[in-house]
Design a protein around this ligand. Structure first.
Ligand code: NAD
Length: 381
């Protein structure tokens, strides 16, 4: 069978779902690999590099979609791409199934099988295919780099001949995958780093990375943020008030605030209010990684960088992984390659779409002319 990767069509997207290295691995599974001309350029992979790895370069997207039995891409397909699906073609891509009924209906009508990368179950066996985590890791790292680029001071404290420089103080709100990556990056640059999450069980992880966990003066804290499957749930009004009071206390002292708080399938909770922004020092920076879901900071504008009247920079970019396209493509292509390995148990270049397999079943949102989303919970944790 042939597996092909088209150039991403989403405005400004620089990632690509196949790299020369991942293509070599896919060929070892027995597949022929195709790439649309120029698809890798935004991530630093030339057509020649793909050709050198035995990949056939195809001139147009239409021809690539026609020829490939399996299409691997990054962003959820647009209308034109959905029209290019045909019976028994397999698409592997982010698909946003919870908010993409039309996409699933279109794929179902065509009889195409869709594997949605955000649906890979978060069980140990599937970590190598967990593209949400690999992209969140990059977003957390890049958030700190972006903050540093907009912050006019050092992260680390220094004693120099020209004077003593205090270390920057960084607060990370939300210590999931992105938050932990941000904490690791900020501490390694020498900042004094604080972190908060509604899930108190992450305190130990936060502290082991050299940051200080911010505890609330809230008796029922241990019960709050109680979660299913490791995810946060909505906080009670009392807990939220205690959280906001703590943030109000911290805001004037923080140089950089990185917010990553999300609750699955909901708008991002608003945690950094206008008065907190107003109380921050000029030159401080907020990076809101929840901007795509409405933002954790009241003043965030998605896809923009703004500077408030009191000199606080608020960054609401929603394309952090694409800003590190080479790294993001390498990790994402590896996630896809591992998915293909599980789909090809005989290593014979033929997909075996085993709906009894927890991981494959969990990620499949249309199969054999049916919508198969949402999936049943995985049998093994
Ligand atoms: P996420 O992106 O859904 O949310 C980010 C963080 O925001 C979470 O830590 C959440 O607790 C926190 N949050 C929500 N509301 C908040 C609030 N009001 N204030 C402060 N923080 C708030 O999280 P994620 O990175 O996808 O991780 C979610 C869970 O999944 C974690 O338990 C993580 O360890 C787990 N996980 C497991 C695997 C695996 O087993 N393979 C892989 C990745 C993540």
């Amino acid at each position: 069978m042939k597996i092909g990767t088209p150039k991403e069509t989403f405005d400004g997207e620089r990632r690509v779902a196949m790299t020369p290295d991942s293509a070599l691995a896919l060929q070892k599974l027995g597949y022929e690999c195709l790439i649309e001309t120029g698809a890798g350029l935004g991530a630093g992979f030339s057509d020649e590099a793909y050709e050198g790895a035995g990949v056939e370069v195809i001139k147009t997207a239409a021809a690539l979609w026609k020829e490939a039995d399996i299409v691997a891409k990054v962003r959820q397909p647009n209308e034109t791409e959905l029209k290019r699906l045909t019976k028994d073609k397999t698409l592997i891509s982010f698909f946003n199934p919870a908010a993409n009924e039309a996409g699933m209906e279109a794929a179902k009508a065509k009889g195409a099988n869709v594997i949605a990368m955000e649906m890979v179950p978060r069980i140990s066996r599937a970590q190598k295919m967990d593209a949400l985590s690999s992209m969140a890791n990059i977003a957390g790292y890049r958030a700190v780099i972006e903050a540093g680029n907009n912050f006019g001071r050092f992260f680390t404290g220094q004693i120099t001949a020209a004077g003593k420089v205090p270390p920057a103080k960084v607060l990370v709100v939300g210590a999931g995958v992105a938050g932990l990556a941000a904490i690791g990056t900020a501490t390694s640059l020498g900042a004094i780093t604080y972190a908060f999450d509604v899930r108190p069980e992450v305190a130990e992880q936060v502290e082991s990375m050299g940051a200080e966990f911010v505890f609330l003066d809230f008796e029922e804290e241990q019960q709050d943020g109680a979660a299913t499957g490791g995810y946060a749930s909505v906080s009670s009004p009392e807990f939220r008030e205690a959280q906001l009071a703590k943030f109000r206390e911290l805001a004037p002292d923080m140089d950089i605030v990185i917010t990553t708080a999300l609750i699955p399938n909901r708008e991002a909770p608003e945690l950094w209010t206008e008065d907190m922004v107003k109380s921050m020092k000029p030159g401080s920076v907020i990076v809101d990684l929840a901007a795509e879901k409405g933002g954790n900071c009241k003043l965030t504008v998605a896809d923009e960088k703004i500077v408030t009247d009191n000199g606080v920079t608020i960054i609401g970019y929603t394309d952090f992984p694409s800003r590190m396209a080479a790294q993001a493509s390498t990790l994402y292509a590896t996630n896809i390659r591992h998915m293909m390995t599980d789909l090809t148990p005989e290593k014979d270049g033929q997909i075996k779409h085993d709906m009894e397999d927890d991981v494959i079943r969990g990620a499949t949102v249309t199969f054999d002319g049916e919508i198969t989303f949402p999936p049943p919970p995985p049998k093994v944790q």
